[in-house]
Structures are given as structure tokens and as C-alpha cells.
Design a protein around this ligand. Structure first.
Ligand SMILES: [Zn+2]
Length: 387
């Protein structure tokens, strides 16, 4: 990339094998090789592009990073003790010094990180926030957003791209109450808490039900506006968000698209009249979709599905029975009081008898991380059978 210029480091650092590299928005001191340094700067620039677009503020202050491959190469006293401690533990830290210049405040952040792209990206989000806004917000927001930055590689890619360990962990837990997770001043710093915060920020930022409000909340938190908090902004929607958070964690995998799977809270649901048929269109490339049918316990419903859809860009179209492995089969679930029943496989023709009253949702059976390349839709005709 043309914008990368490598400059010789200061005499002391250079002698020790630490070289300074520059790009448009970053100064990077590292003992890592020049090719890796160049690649890191490219990735940091790409991530900063996404970050500054999200917060609608182009970066104005160079972000300085010390990226350490081997502490032996760094002259004693060059790195602050906290940075050395964090690097020894395989992570990083961002240290910010704030000053007043006349009436204007000025913050200078330095990133210290192990020679690992994800860690440096995480810390660089903190540095950007501190230098541009004077704060990176309360812990849940600051760390949740920095963890998002850790995985940001491509502009416009909203799919989950996370490490396997956190994904496995998040799928296995009972989700914490969001009131607890977003408590201000919460400082328990295990990777588990980081994963939970990441999942919440990823969900809120990418879900069309909440994305805009979440961004506004973010500006208030970064600006340290009094009274700004998760509960102040989302308290009235907390049950809906906790439900979507629970569903997100349960189905979490790489490739998952929150924007394709957000819950439909707006559609109105009605009870069927006996003998009448209601037609529902179901997209292959979405999560659970509202049928607008309020089903009743112990009544029998007959479903007939027509049409075809594809579960991969080049796959053979299949009907609502799906392929030989059941991929592409029509499924149903019932929502009742923020709980979901187990998914029921329907196919082209089926009858089912709900064991509770609730709202009926349909989807095309496919891996949750692979909905984005699905195309087509089928029509399900749902009939309430006479008693
Ligand atoms: Zn952090």
C-alpha cells in the first residue's frame, strides 16, 4: 500500500531491533518483521475506517502503538510496568494521558500490545475513542465495542467472525440479565465477561430493531452525558432484547447474521377461523418469520407448502421437504411469553397440534451461520381443522 512509509526508529530503539513504521493514522513501534508490520498497519487502517464510519467521526489524531514480539528486544524502562505486565500475560493495554490545552482538553493514548493483530485492533479501538471523545465509555460498552473491533476485517460485513472458544462458551451459558451485564463500574475482567459484552454490542449494533438507538446511546456514553445508560435507553425494550440475546447466543456460530435473524415484534397475530386457509410467504434467507397466525393449544393445523428455495448459491432448488439431509426443510416454532418451543420439522405437508397458545413462526431449515447465500421463498398454506 502506497500510504505506508517505514522510518528508522530513534537510535536507542533501533539498536535494540525496534523499528518505527507509519501509515496515515498510525505510528507503529515494533520488533516484529517489516512485512508483518506493514500487514498490521493495513489491517489497522481498514479497521479504523470501519470504526470512524460507525461513530461518524474521521480520525484526527495519530494513534501510536508499541507492538511487542519479544520483550527482550525492548530497552529496559521503555515500556511502562503495566504494559509489560499485560504483554507478559499475552494481551495489551491502552494508556491515556489527558491534559488541558487552554480551554480545550487533549488526550494522548498509546497502545501496548503483543504482536497479534486481534489484540492490537482491540486496543486501537480504545485509543480512537479516548483521543476522539475523551472516553471509551463504561466497561461493558468500551470492552464490547473493542472486542467487535478485534474481529473487524471487512467493511460492510455484518456476520459473526469470532474465535471458537468464546463461541462455544456463549452457546453453553445461561445468558446473564442485561441489567447486570451493563452495570456501570462492573470490572470483572475474565474473557467470559468480554465475550458476553461483545455478544451484546454485536447484537445491538447490527439488529435493525435497536441499531440506531444503540448508536445514539454510544454517543451519550462516549460523551459521558449524565444519566446515559443501557437501562435509560433500552429499559422499555429490555425483555425483547433479552429474548433476542438468548436466541442469538443459543444459535451463535461464525457467519451468523443478526440483521437477517432479528425478531419481528411488529406483525400482528390473529386467530384463525375454522376451515379457513391463511397463506404465508417464507424467505429462505431469513431467520424465524412471523406467520401472523395466533395458534391455539390442542387444535389441529394443516400446513401445505408450495414453491422452491435454495440453501446455497449454486445448490439445486428444493421444495419445503429440503434435501436428503433435511437442509431446506420448512420448520415451525411457537413464541409464547418470550419463550420458544422446540422447532418442529414440517416439510411440504404436515399437521401439527400446538401444546400451548402462541404465535407461529416459520423458517427454512439451514445452519444459522449460512443463511446469507439462501435465495427464494415458499408459500405455506395453513388451515385450522374442525374439532
Ligand atoms: Zn479492552
Amino acid at each position: 500500500m502506497g500510504l505506508l512509509v517505514t522510518l528508522p526508529g530513534g537510535p536507542r530503539l533501533e539498536a535494540a531491533g525496534v523499528v518505527t513504521h507509519r501509515s496515515k493514522n498510525f505510528i507503529l513501534h515494533t520488533d516484529d518483521g517489516p512485512d508483518r508490520a506493514k500487514k498490521l498497519l493495513e489491517q489497522l487502517e481498514r479497521m479504523l475506517g470501519i470504526v470512524s464510519t460507525y461513530w461518524r467521526r474521521p480520525n484526527r489524531h495519530v494513534i501510536e502503538c508499541c507492538v511487542v514480539k519479544d520483550l527482550e528486544n525492548w530497552p529496559g524502562g521503555k515500556l511502562p510496568p503495566l504494559a509489560v505486565k499485560k504483554i507478559r500475560s499475552g494481551s495489551g493495554v491502552t494508556i491515556t494521558v489527558k491534559r488541558m490545552q487552554g480551554n480545550a482538553f487533549f488526550a494522548k493514548s498509546i497502545v501496548y500490545a503483543v504482536a497479534d493483530t486481534a489484540t492490537t485492533q482491540h486496543e486501537a479501538v480504545h485509543a480512537y475513542c479516548h483521543q476522539m471523545f475523551g472516553s471509551s465509555g463504561p466497561v461493558w460498552y468500551s470492552e464490547g465495542m473493542a472486542e467487535m473491533g478485534r474481529y473487524w476485517a471487512n467493511d460492510g460485513d455484518r456476520s459473526v467472525q469470532a474465535d471458537r472458544g468464546p463461541i462455544r462458551y456463549l452457546r453453553s451459558i445461561k445468558p446473564p440479565p442485561l441489567k447486570t451485564l451493563t452495570r456501570t463500574g462492573e470490572t470483572s475482567d475474565g474473557w467470559q465477561q468480554y465475550a458476553q459484552r461483545w455478544a451484546l454490542c454485536h447484537l445491538l449494533a447490527n439488529n435493525p430493531n435497536y441499531g440506531q438507538r444503540f448508536r445514539t446511546l454510544g454517543f451519550s456514553l462516549l460523551g459521558q452525558r449524565p444519566g446515559a445508560s443501557y437501562l435509560a435507553f433500552f429499559g422499555t425494550m429490555n425483555r425483547e432484547i433479552e429474548f433476542e440475546y438468548k436466541v442469538f447466543l443459543r444459535n451463535l456460530e461464525n457467519g451468523y447474521r443478526v440483521d437477517l435473524c432479528h425478531w419481528d415484534w411488529k406483525s400482528r397475530f390473529r386467530r384463525h377461523r375454522e376451515g379457513r386457509t391463511v397463506k404465508v410467504k417464507i424467505e429462505a434467507g431469513r431467520g424465524w418469520q412471523a406467520s401472523r397466525i395466533a395458534v391455539q393449544a390442542d387444535r389441529t393445523y394443516k400446513v401445505t407448502a408450495t414453491g422452491q428455495w435454495q440453501t446455497e448459491a449454486d445448490a439445486e432448488p428444493v421444495d419445503a421437504d429440503g434435501d436428503g439431509k433435511g437442509v431446506g426443510r420448512l420448520q415451525a416454532v411457537i413464541w409464547s411469553d418470550y419463550q420458544l418451543t422446540r422447532a418442529v420439522e414440517l416439510g411440504t405437508e404436515a399437521t401439527f397440534k400446538p401444546d400451548r397458545d402462541g404465535k407461529l413462526f416459520f423458517r427454512c431449515g439451514d445452519a444459522w451461520g449460512r443463511l446469507h447465500d439462501n435465495t427464494g421463498r415458499i408459500t405455506a398454506s395453513v388451515k385450522l381443522e374442525p374439532r
